[in-house]
Design a protein around this ligand. Structure first.
Ligand code: ADP
Ligand code: MG
Ligand code: ZN
Length: 442
């Protein structure tokens, strides 16, 4: 079967191999068709193929739910280029196009392989009977729900229409369901499985553990001079090794523009050239700083979180958070910009209870503002707070930092092997917590 799948991968998609072992495993599981499947893989990992390849090989039609017409259009165009019969039924479709599709679906031997729809279409009176008819004739091979986190109130992309999918799933008796999302916290994963009524699904999760990242947490208030401390950290991490990509570099994240300016100034005074990057700069200056950093002319960039989206630099030796990240998920993403080349790299948070209070306050304010605008409270309002609390416990608890992150994303605890401060020296971590506690009661 493996060779068949590999062959089909080449024949239909032109790929010589699977992207990853995980992608191959998912395709195999979906192709077997005897279980529901849950897939959590980062953006760009090739999730679409996980249903597209089995869809091509199946007898019937695969129904794909995706939240946006633009996303759907992209995929349908791509499949058509590959000569794979795919189309979408949506509100923008012309009446005769729609008639042609429905005629094909109603025929005894439909040609279509993949049918994409938005969740609004699911309950549409003109389409629903067609779907049930396909199902009763055994012509629905799979139900694939892409961007499945949209079903979760915990997610940041909640779409009420996705809630109808649970009901749909329940009606499509005997059709295996596949839910796909990018790396999601465990509570979102659980929500997806429950809302889509997946029955004991096989789960495939990309491991979040990266053994070359060394995490630690430093209580800023306990330091006689935090800037000197940060400077020493930078010196040490930048000398870790140049690697094949030349001299390493790093990122310091600050919450505010003023923070960026101050930290950059202090570091430069101490002898490490560091430049600020934030929304207060003119766009040309911002691009200038980013380019200098990308080219290795400036080794340290001190930035707000607006920096880093789409930045892919291999030799980032450290990511330091001068202020607390607003959630553990964003912290994982931001700190994960370190060590893309696989070499040892350091991820440090400078923690401060005062920061905690401030961010806590800001999050509450933001939630209150949203509620006022909306006119009522929602369960999902709590999300921002619980996500932040996860970040706080990452800093405040005694335990492996890697394990905390892995568990947050629904992975089992990895073998840290000294890649965090706690595993290296638990006594130091405890001592720091005790000193911080003593300081706060003074
Ligand atoms: P995701 O949905 O996980 O973000 P996509 O399904 O959009 O990712 O795929 C990302 C890119 O990877 C696409 O350009 C796709 O064609 C490509 N891709 C997927 N599988 C393979 C493979 N086995 N070999 C090479 N490229 C692949
Ligand atoms: Mg995708
Ligand atoms: Zn550890």
């Amino acid at each position: 079967m493996t060779t068949n799948l590999k062959q089909a991968l080449k024949t239909h998609f032109g790929f010589d191999s699977f992207r990853s072992k995980l992608q191959e495993d998912v395709v195999k599981a979906v192709h077997r068709g005897d279980r529901d499947v849950f897939v959590c893989m980062p953006t760009g990992a090739g999730k679409s193929l996980c249903y597209q390849l089995p869809a091509v090989l199946a007898e019937g039609i695969t129904l794909v739910i995706s939240p946006l017409i633009a996303l759907i259009q992209d995929q349908v165009d791509h499949l058509k280029e590959l000569n794979i019969p795919a189309c979408s039924i949506n509100s923008k479709l012309l009446a005769n196009e729609r008639r042609l599709i429905l005629a094909d679906l109603g025929s005894s031997n439909p040609k279509l392989k993949l049918l994409y729809i938005t969740p609004e279409m699911v309950a549409s009176p003109s389409f629903h009977p067609c779907l049930m008819d396909l199902c009763s004739r055994g012509l629905l091979s799979y139900l694939a729900v892409d961007e499945a986190h949209c079903v979760s109130q915990w997610g940041h992309d909640f779409r009420p229409d996705y809630l109808k999918l649970g009901e749909l799933r329940a009606r499509l008796q005997g059709v295996p369901c596949l839910a796909l999302t990018a790396t999601a916290p465990k509570n979102v994963q659980e929500d997806i499985i429950q809302s889509l009524k997946l029955s004991s699904p096989l789960s495939f999760l990309t491991p979040v553990f990266r053994s070359n990242l060394h995490y630690d947490v430093i209580f800023r208030e306990l330091l006689p001079n935090p800037y000197v401390h940060l400077h020493a950290f930078i010196k040490k991490t930048l000398s870790l090794g140049a690697g094949s990509n030349g001299q390493g570099c790093g990122i310091v994240y600050c919450r505010t523009r003023e923070g960026c300016e101050t930290v950059a100034h202090q570091l430069t005074k101490l002898g490490v050239v560091a430049k600020p990057y934030h929304a207060g700069l003119k766009p040309t200056d911002r691009t200038g700083v980013q380019n200098e950093w990308m080219q290795g002319k400036v080794l340290v960039i001190v930035a707000t979180i607006s920096f880093g989206m789409g930045v892919d630099k291999a030799n980032v030796r450290f990511v330091a958070h001068w202020n607390l990240a607003k959630s553990l998920a964003s912290y994982y993403q931001e700190s994960g910009r370190a060590g893309r080349d696989g070499l040892p790299s350091a991820c440090r948070t400078y923690y401060s209870p005062r920061d905690k209070e401030q961010i806590n306050f800001l999050i509450r304010q933001e939630v209150a503002r949203k509620q006022e605008k909306r006119g009522f409270a929602k369960d999902s309002d709590k999300t921002a707070m619980t996500d932040f609390e996860a970040m706080v416990s990452f800093c405040e608890q005694e335990g492996c930092r890697h394990a905390t992150i892995s568990k947050f994303f629904g992975n089992t605890a990895p073998n840290c092997a000294g890649a965090c401060d706690y595993c290296r020296n638990p006594k130091l971590v405890r001592a720091q917590l005790e000193r911080a506690a003593a300081l706060s009661t003074k």
